[in-house]
Every structure is written in C-alpha cells, then in structure tokens.
Write a protein that binds this ligand. Structure first.
Ligand SMILES: C[S@@+](CC[C@H](N)C(=O)[O-])C[C@H]1O[C@@H](n2cnc3c(N)ncnc32)[C@H](O)[C@@H]1O
Length: 233
C-alpha cells in the first residue's frame, strides 16, 4: 500500500463540479436557499454558521454528501442537531436542497465546496459526529494520496470531535478499507466500536443507505461500515 503522505491542501481531491443542467426549481434553490445556509469563512479563518453557535449547539458534519439523501434523513430524524454538509458537486448540492425543501428541514448548513477550509476553520471539539461515506476511492496507486481519509485529516477529525464524539466511515473498496484502518485504528484517541464482524459488515439502523452504496451493491461490491469513538480529553 502507498504511504499516506496526503495531497497538499491546494490540490483538488474531487472530480467534476457540475453535471447536467439544473432544472429551474433546483437552480432557484441554489440561487435563493443556499446563500442563507452556507457557512461563511472569513479571511482570518473564522467560520460563521449563520445561526447555530458551534460548541453550544449539537453539530454534525457530513463530508462529500453526494445527493444528500443520507444527510437529509439524519436531519429529519435529529431535529435537535444542526447538520453541516460539504459537497463541491453542485448537482448533489441542489439535490440536497430539494430534499430539504420537500421535508421542510431547517437544521442543515451547506458548503458547496471542498471541505478542507471548513475543517481548518471549525473550532476544536465542536463536532459531535463526522461522517465520510463512500469517499472517492482514487484506486490507482499514484492517486492514493488524493484520498480524503489520511493521517493528516484523521488528526484534524480527532481535534474537531467533542469528547465521546463519533467518526463514521464507509467504503466498498477493500484497499480503501485497509487504508482507512491504517490511518484511523492506531490513533490513540480513537476507539473502534466493532466487537464482532457483523458490526462492520452491517449498516447500523440509524444510518440509511446512500446512492453510491446502492450503485456499489448493484456492481456486486460489499461495503464496510466503520464507527470510531473519540476518547475523553
Ligand atoms: C463517491 S461519492 C459518494 C457520495 C455520497 N457520500 C454517497 O455515498 O452517495 C464521493 C463524494 O465526495 C465528494 N468530495 C470529494 N472530495 C471532496 C472534498 N474535498 N470535500 C467535500 N466533498 C468531496 C465528491 O464530490 C463526491 O460527491
């Protein structure tokens, strides 16, 4: 396995930002709804979540939410939590906003861009849960360094998590599963919650399937679901 020297911060970790033309409804959501719920990061790196105060309200983060089905489900089932999502693919962002409008969700904040500046700007200890579900696998060895999970991001996740907070990861690519375990398992402040194989082979009940997971299943790939808890400081 390639060494996990992460890609420098300025390099892109994701593919295209725009797919097919948005419908008028979705374009209107991007134009009108997004600005009101987009976290603002000032030049000196302070984040304004336009509403909840990090560290006082319960805050979760989903990195690379794709079409947003999982994020919308979590927001609908946890109205007392603000769920922050970052996704650079604008069609995915529009899809999440459509779910939010249909389900009248007011407890989401959406960054339509690379999550990394947000990871830097959020205060330490401010997140109760971080979810990275089926991140881009970058399967070629020369591209492994672009993987969003690496020793550096894991270190940042650990700092961002509140005591007892949870890191949830999923992948259907076994090489990436091993890579994730190499990055996360040795960390002294994270404890893998699995006790038996069923715990990581089966998706927990409070974790709905994602669009990408469905695609992986159709292609005959079996995902893993990894949950880690942050030790108390
Ligand atoms: C394979 S897709 C999975 C999407 C979704 N989580 C699912 O399971 O259906 C990975 C997603 O991560 C997003 N992504 C990649 N790099 C990212 C980054 N640096 N910040 C935020 N999102 C990123 C991509 O745009 C893509 O939508």
């Amino acid at each position: 396995m390639a060494r996990q020297t992460p890609t420098p911060g300025h390099q892109r970790l994701f593919g295209r930002r725009k797919g097919h033309e948005l419908t008028p409804r979705r374009q209107a959501l991007i134009d009108d709804m997004l600005p009101a719920i987009r976290p603002m990061i000032s030049e000196d790196g302070v984040v304004d979540l336009q509403g909840p105060v990090a560290g006082q309200d319960r805050l979760w983060l989903e990195v690379g939410f794709g079409g947003g089905e999982h994020l919308a489900w979590q927001a609908a089932h946890h109205p007392d939590v603000t769920i922050l999502g970052a996704e650079p693919f604008i069609n995915g962002v529009a899809s999440l906003l459509a779910h939010a409008q249909d389900q009248q969700l007011s407890n989401i904040r959406v960054l339509d861009n690379d999550v990394r500046p947000l990871l830097d700007a959020l205060p330490d200890g401010s997140l109760e849960r971080i979810m990275v579900l089926f991140p881009d696998p970058w399967p070629k060895a020369r591209h492994n360094r672009r993987r969003i999970i690496n020793t550096l991001t894991v270190e940042r996740f650990v700092a961002l998590l509140a005591d007892g907070g949870e890191l949830r990861l999923a992948t259907d690519i076994m090489d990436y599963a091993r890579w994730m375990m190499t990055a996360v398992w040795p960390h002294p402040d994270l404890v893998w919650t699995a006790r038996r194989p069923g715990d990581w082979q089966t998706r927990p009940d409070d974790w709905p399937g994602t669009r990408y997971e469905t695609k992986a299943g159709k292609a005959g790939r079996t995902p893993v679901f990894l949950t880690f808890k942050r030790r108390d400081r």
